[in-house]
Design a protein around this ligand. Structure first.
Ligand code: APR
Length: 317
């Protein structure tokens, strides 16, 4: 049986880490595409020369030619500019729309049967644009945001409570902006509500709520926190890990439930927009969108986040 093939469009910071992770996990052969000559070739050669040490048997090819992505099972898109300090993700819409339009054409022509995961920002708009340009069915074009936003939330909870990150479950819904919706009610450590554990830790309900609110706020601004520290770009290790987990679920038909930027057709009361929701990802891409009742406060936050996504997407030319 032939190996799976993963194409990575954009060979910058995230693209390089994606290539390395895909190789380390032997998800399949990797093609790294960029418009800068030598960049993807150099990164692929560098990673491939570590294969005898790390022990992975996959091929890595760097390229400036879309032809090389032919036959890809999964395509992950990171082409586009990252944020600089002081910028919001939405500030990137004009420049990245042009880039995503050309990337969409390349994928449509050379990898027409692929599943596409978009990471480029502003995410909710870029995934919408890429789907429109490729015309691929909605189950095959998704965006990465929620896995990372949720992981950030989980990490903050684990650090606060002094427990393993493996035992924390938390999720964010909505758009990939400052209005995202971290779900406090469902944050748990092995099923035990985090709020209850905080109340017991601080022996004070008000203090527990305050600590939780601080973690929610930090989650919403977590991307910006990294940008402010790096100064020259945005997060790249964690977005790569997040997208690889989505790709792996599709390639191995794991059917993991992952917060995914999906096209909604009535779910959560939203029609015709890409929004972050829990989705089952398997060999058919988005195989199911899991719905559950939001309480009034959560619904209000979701409405605000969806409104922000709509105004961003409606500004696409
Ligand atoms: N086609 C393919 N690649 C392109 C194109 C294009 N038309 N235009 C630019 N690129 C490449 C750049 O040459 C660069 O190597 O996209 C790459 C982007 O890499 P970085 O600048 O290092 O950005 P990165 O940190 O990887 O983030 C990429 O993901 O999270 C988002 O906000 C982030 O939009 C940004 C994207």
């Amino acid at each position: 049986m032939a190996r799976k093939k993963i194409a990575l469009i954009g060979g910058g910071q995230i693209g390089g880490v994606l290539a390395q992770l895909a190789a380390l996990r032997e998800l399949g052969d990797v093609v790294l595409f960029d418009i800068v000559e030598g960049l993807p070739q150099g990164k692929c050669l560098d990673i491939a020369e570590a294969s005898p040490i790390d022990g992975f048997d996959v091929e890595l090819k760097g390229t400036n030619d879309y032809k090389d992505i032919a036959g890809s099972d999964v395509v992950i898109v990171t082409a586009g500019l990252p944020r600089k300090p002081g910028m919001s993700r939405d500030d990137l819409i004009e420049v990245n729309s042009k880039i995503i339009a050309s990337v969409g054409e390349g994928i449509k022509q050379y990898a027409p049967n692929s599943f596409v995961i978009v990471i480029s920002n502003p995410l909710d708009a870029m995934v919408t644009l890429l789907q429109r340009i490729t015309g691929f069915p909605y189950n095959r074009v998704i965006g990465q945001a929620g896995v990372l936003d949720s992981a950030r939330f989980e990490a903050f909870i684990a650090w606060e409570l002094g427990v393993s990150v493996k035992d924390v479950t938390a999720m964010t819904l909505g758009g990939h902006g400052d209005d995202m919706v971290p779900l406090v009610r469902y944050a748990s450590v092995k099923g035990i509500p985090v709020l209850e554990l905080l109340e017991r830790k601080y022996k004070d309900k008000a203090k527990a709520k305050e600590v939780m609110e601080a973690m929610v706020k930090r989650t919403r601004g977590a991307g910006g926190e990294v940008v402010a520290l790096l100064k020259t770009g945005s997060a790249f290790y964690s977005p790569a890990s997040a997208a690889i987990s989505m790709a792996e679920s599709i390639l191995k038909d794991q059917k993991r439930v992952l917060p995914t930027c999906c096209f909604l057709q009535g779910e959560y009361g939203v029609k015709g927009y890409y929004v972050g929701v829990p989705a089952v990802l398997g060999s058919n891409g988005v195989e199911n969108i899991l719905e559950f009742a939001l309480d009034a406060e959560e619904q209000a936050m979701m409405d605000k986040s969806v409104a922000a996504v709509k105004s961003l997407v409606d500004s696409l030319k």
